[in-house]
Design a protein around this ligand. Sequence first.
Ligand SMILES: N[C@@H](CCC(=O)N[C@@H](CS)C(=O)NCC(=O)O)C(=O)O
Length: 224
Amino acid sequence: MHLYADPLSTSCRPVLMMIADQSLAVEIIPVNLHLNETAEPDFLAINPNGTLPVLRDGDLVLTESSAILKHLALRFDLAVYPTDPRAQILVDEMVSWFSTNFWAYHCILGTYPRMLPALGWLNPITLNEISMLAAHGSARYLTVLDRRLAQGGPFVCGPDLTIADYTGIAKVTLADYVDFDFSPYPAVSRWCARMRERDGWTAAFAGFTGLVDAARQQRSATVA
Ligand SMILES: N[C@@H](CCC(=O)N[C@@H](CS)C(=O)NCC(=O)O)C(=O)O
């Protein structure tokens, strides 16, 4: 089984973290997003979307991180994706929750415009307006997540770690790149700390943490 991935991709980190955390026998094939390797014909022949991650399991090719997480969990018989229908649909719900409205506000609008060089053409007024919209959405959904974790944690779907935690942690912590203030959300902060202590964190997040540190240094050098 092969996973095409780049740890600097927010869609790859959940899968990379689960593979490391659960010691899964999956071979990682590095694909470099910054070198635009996903746009090369050989890669497009595997995934016409030109996106990562991609999982190849025999003749099965999966190009969505949520489907990859579910497939791996079922294939390796992991408790992180329950087979009981009611428990499973509740996990599916939270994977979708992180991947739809939350992702749009917190990641696409809130972080990427200030992170991705490809969006450098946005002018300061547009950036400011996008930031205001993002802040509104992040606050709305982080408030819901915080209450959920405080009342029913310690993990997103209750007492046990699930694929919703792997999906969510990458999306929530993407905003570390812009030094997002998580202090109004103490249960979310505790959950992030809990996920950072897991074995799979370093394997999946070391590259991204390096990017965050570099961005902080650049900001403090600009201010000084
Ligand atoms: N919904 C997809 C999103 C995949 C995606 O957008 N991946 C990004 C990296 S986070 C990518 O490969 N972008 C390359 C490009 O758009 O050219 C998933 O969750 O797997």
